[in-house]
Design a protein around this ligand. Structure first.
Ligand code: C5P
Length: 228
């Protein structure tokens, strides 16, 4: 039997530090990295570009199926640029507005189905660290390592507030907290692939942890579960 490529699935709500932690774990291991949230954000961005509204489900499913996207590593390999239909959208897909649209679009079963194989195609040797909401439950149910990374809503809103303030954005903390709580509810309450810890997942609460401590805890789980 061919040895299958190992996967570390890291799921959890937005702002728990998944993106940063997953990328650092992938870097330490020298493995590939999948930012699955970016795919939902890209569908939202493509819908905006083509003036497709959220009630046009068929058009959204088609967009997801034929998404013209490249993930290109920069010359100094410090970051991945995301190119949608020839345009660099790496920064603009990170906005709160696109995040909220993405969360609505992500509740559509046809969109999720259209993105499934695209996500699985990231599984390549020597291994994959996959960051999302349903990595351990739906996309890679056979993942060797499953982690559910979480933090209190207040702490997640606080982190986002700090990030946005650094970018000189005019944000109000209570609005952010409300948005995060609403998005959590939508992600956890949807009927398809709801956000929840996968069976056998190790839950890590990062509320009181630094990024380094969170990475160390994930690496500790990996060394217990990965047979090297
Ligand atoms: O992780 P990120 O905030 O970039 O994801 C944006 C939105 O995409 C999430 O709020 C969630 O609704 C959706 N998503 C999802 N499944 C994933 C990753 C993201 O439903 N695996």
């Amino acid at each position: 039997m061919v040895n299958k490529v190992p996967v570390i699935a890291i799921d959890g709500p937005s702002g728990a530090g998944k993106g940063t932690v997953s990328q650092l774990v992938a870097k330490q291991l020298g493995w590939h990295f999948l930012d699955s949230g970016a795919l939902y954000r890209l569908v939202a961005q493509a819908a905006k570009n083509h003036a497709i509204t959220l009630d046009n489900i068929e058009a959204l499913e088609t967009l997801a199926a034929y998404l013209d996207v490249q993930f290109s590593v920069t010359d100094d390999s410090s970051a991945v640029r995301i190119i949608l239909e020839g345009e660099d959208v790496s920064t603009c897909i990170r906005s709160e507005a696109i995040g909220n649209e993405a969360s609505r679009i992500a509740a559509l079963p046809g969109v999720r189905a259209a993105l499934l194989e695209r996500q699985r195609a990231f599984r390549a040797p020597p291994g994959l660290v996959a960051d999302g909401r349903d990595m351990g439950t739906v996309v890679f149910p056979d993942a060797e390592v499953k982690v559910f990374l979480t933090a209190s809503a207040e702490e997640r809103a606080q982190r986002r507030y700090k990030q946005l303030k650094e970018k000189k954005s005019n944000v109000i903390f209570s609005d952010l907290l409300e948005e995060i709580t609403k998005r959590d509810k939508r992600d956890a309450g949807r009927s398809i692939a709801p956000l929840r810890p996968a069976g056998g997942a190790v839950t890590i609460d990062t509320t009181e942890l630094t990024i380094e401590q969170a990475v160390d805890q994930v690496m500790a789980v990996c060394s217990q579960r990965l047979v090297t």
